[in-house]
Every structure is written in structure tokens, then in C-alpha cells.
Design a protein around this ligand. Structure first.
Ligand SMILES: [Zn+2]
Ligand SMILES: [Zn+2]
Length: 109
């Protein structure tokens, strides 16, 4: 999300943990300024792609704003924020392509 009351790095906040952007917290942007940070994306990918788990409830995805029947990862801290399986995969690919992020998807346990 974009925090209209904040400036600099604090303007960019992850929708799923509400933490601010930082060097070691790269983010991927979805529609309408929605953001997911690398640590949240790791949790989401691990739960929905590695297990596979996630919640199979119809939910409006925070990232693509679509109402999907895919499994979702729902933020434990902010349960109105959820990311669909497809957006998790797309965000993982985008973040891995970003050389500044230096991030890799979590390996299956
Ligand atoms: Zn986050
Ligand atoms: Zn989505």
C-alpha cells in the first residue's frame, strides 16, 4: 500500500505485514499500489506452493483484485489481506529477476 501520510521509505508498506520498504525488504507491486515484501512472499510461497496449503476459500486477492477460487495465502497479522496462488508465483518470478533484491524462493522442506 502507499501510505499517504508518510514519506520516503515509509510511503511504501507491505499490505500483508504493514512494514515499510527497506534495502533488505524488497517488494513486488500489484494492482492499485498493493505491495508484498520478500519475507511475506517467502511465507506465502512456502505455504501455498511447497506444501501445498493455503485457504481454499473464495477471496478477493489483494494483489490482482480478482475474486478467485485458487488457494490463497492470508496474512496471519492482517486477515483481510490475501494473495492468490497465481500472484504468488508471478511475484516470485519478478523478485527473483530483480538483481538488487538478491532473493530466492524458499526451497521445499
Ligand atoms: Zn510483508
Ligand atoms: Zn491474485
Amino acid at each position: 500500500m502507499h501510505d499517504q501520510n508518510a514519506e520516503g521509505n515509509d510511503f511504501f508498506k507491505c499490505d500483508f505485514c504493514r512494514k515499510s520498504w527497506a534495502e533488505d525488504r524488497p517488494m513486488v507491486e500489484g494492482h492499485k499500489g498493493s505491495l508484498i515484501c520478500a519475507p511475506c512472499l517467502s511465507l506465502a510461497f512456502d505455504e501455498v506452493w511447497n506444501r501445498p496449503g493455503g485457504q481454499q476459500v473464495p477471496f478477493t486477492c489483494t494483489m490482482c483484485l480478482e475474486h478467485r477460487d485458487d488457494p490463497f495465502w492470508v496474512s496471519p497479522a492482517f486477515p483481510d489481506a490475501g494473495i492468490c496462488k497465481r500472484c504468488i508465483k508471478q511475484s516470485v518470478v519478478m523478485l527473483e529477476r530483480d538483481p538488487d533484491a538478491g532473493w530466492k524462493r524458499p526451497a521445499p522442506a
